[in-house]
Design a protein around this ligand. Structure first.
Ligand code: NAD
Length: 473
């Protein structure tokens, strides 16, 4: 009987694979027909995305509330508004992006014209994560569509309402022959990775990123890996009370009000000079009250932890007695809600300081001199983003030239995500490749070198028979 169940399971699995292969073969055929290359197709899909976001705003608020407890204002800022902006930017610039660019050639290529011609890559796979389940699914699609590809999107199973929203709405607004949503978890992800793609764009953890890259290597498929890590925020001593207040507000906003710290570019921990930390902690406590009230849970301004597993993972980070002893501000966390928690100097070898926190726990690490933060950051994996709140010009210069990270932002956090003109991506452990704006178009484009030469004249010394005279020319 057991053998029968196993056989049945294998047959079902095999059938699913066959169906998937058929579906992808049809998509390849559609791509080969050239439909997705047409500027009109690309525009129609981008407008479809715009319409999807405009007409379903309330439903998007609802699914984000169900999966993550996000307040509609936060949902609009981080997932709807920012995505609408990106689509409009792509629509405004599409013509220029799609144009060929003339290239200069050396004199030896007499009477030759050359151009760099952008061409789509083909059939691409986009795998996205659960923390910004709408925004991080649509944002890569914008680039893939603008570049004229066919694509499959696999949203994260951990945000199920958002995943089924996308699976339902994308076919209703976009061309299903060229754009499909396939729902599922790791098993479906693995089945998809076994297929041959022309590009894989992955947003998620470094662990799964390695699986994606290994699977891609089999077919020599290029990958973009948008991963995470620990993003530090250096908070220098700011002499003006106005500057300090603004800095603290921005730090807390970036930590607690962007999916409750479950954000790849959220602030993971703070670095501060020892003599400044008591002032900073006091200010943080005051500002927390202003932003989230006496009971942040009731303010509905701090999102929920995605699920029980992650809730327990975060609680577990605080289990270490030495870490518990470093807490200077918290309240009782319950169900899948974790209170904004501030810690000072938890042990550097504890899990909270070694792993990406991805939740509303904010360690503050004190240093003798703020300049020591440079060495601190250099001795750890390269972060996706590095933040520094400082008025010190020479410190800013040193941070730019002596540290390495996906991005550096001074005196604010998260705004780099909104910039269509800046590349968004990591380095080292925080990722491979970049996107947003034209960078997204480039990530899904092959730039083909094209040259055509006149038959009229040529240099005789370019051709054999070789002799010393030709060498001297
Ligand atoms: P994850 O790696 O667990 O999952 C990401 C996606 O991969 C999901 O769709 C999941 O279903 C799929 N997946 C899981 N196992 C798979 C497998 N074996 N084969 C194929 N697919 C598989 O990551 P997550 O928990 O969804 O997201 C959190 C991580 O993502 C954090 O590390 C965070 O920093 C990072 N992140 C990065 C960015 C960025 O833009 N750089 C944005 C958001 C999140």
């Amino acid at each position: 009987n057991f053998a029968h169940i196993i056989t049945h399971h294998l047959v079902v699995r095999r059938q699913k694979m066959v169906d998937l292969e058929k579906e992808l073969a049809a998509m390849r055929e559609y791509y080969s027909s050239g439909n997705t290359r047409d500027a009109s197709w690309r525009r129609a899909q981008l407008r479809g995305l715009l319409l999807l976001l405009h007409e379903n705003q309330t439903e998007i608020f609802n699914v984000l509330k169900q999966d993550l407890g996000k307040h509609p204002a936060e949902a609009y800022r981080d997932e709807i508004g920012s995505t609408i902006k990106s689509i409009n930017y792509a629509l405004d610039n599409l013509k220029g992006w799609m144009s060929s660019e003339k290239a200069k050639l050396p004199k030896v290529a007499l009477l030759t014209t050359a151009a760099i011609v952008p061409e789509p890559l083909g059939l691409v796979l986009v795998i996205s994560s659960w923390n910004f389940p709408i925004g991080l699914s649509i944002e890569p699609l914008i680039g893939a569509i603008a570049a004229g590809n066919s694509m499959v999107l696999k949203p994260s199973e951990l945000a199920p309402s958002c995943s089924s929203f996308l699976a339902q709405k994308i076919p209703a607004y976009l061309d299903s022959n060229g754009i499909k949503v396939i729902e599922g978890g790791p098993t479906v992800g693995e089945q998809l990775l076994q297929q041959k793609w022309d590009k894989i764009f992955f947003t998620g953890s470094a662990g799964v990123g390695r699986i994606v890259m290994a699977a891609a290597a089999k077919h020599l498929t290029p990958v973009t890996l948008e991963l995470g890590g620990k993003c530090p925020a250096i908070v220098d001593f700011l002499s003006s009370s106005w500057d300090i207040e603004v800095a603290v507000e921005r730090v807390l906003g970036a930590k607690f009000s962007a999916c409750a710290g479950q954000a790849c570019i959220g602030i993971d921990y703070i670095l501060v000079e020892k003599k400044f930390y008591p002032t900073l902690v006091e200010l943080i406590k005051i500002k927390l009250k202003t932003m989230f009230g006496e009971n942040p849970r009731d303010s509905h301004s701090v999102a929920r932890i995605i699920n029980r597993h992650h809730f327990l993972r975060l609680k577990c980070l605080l289990d270490d007695p030495n870490v518990r002893a470093s807490i200077v501000h918290t309240k009782k966390s319950q169900e899948v809600y974790i209170e904004p928690t501030i810690l000072v100097d938890p042990p550097l070898e504890s899990m909270i300081m070694e792993d990406e926190i991805f939740g509303p726990l904010l360690p503050i690490i004190t240093l003798q001199k703020i300049e020591d933060s440079i060495e601190f950051i250099r001795s750890r994996p390269k972060p996706l983003s590095l933040y520094a709140f400082t008025n010190d010009r020479s410190l800013r210069k040193r941070i730019i030239s002596e540290t390495s990270s996906g991005s550096v932002v001074f005196n604010d956090a998260l705004i780099q995500y909104l910039a269509d003109t800046l590349p968004f991506g990591g380095i080292g452990d925080s990722g491979i490749g970049r996107y947003h704006g034209k960078f997204s178009f480039d990530e899904f484009t092959h730039y083909k070198a094209v040259a055509w030469r006149s038959f009229l004249v040529d240099f005789w010394f370019r051709f054999p028979p070789w002799n010393d005279h030709k060498l001297q020319l």
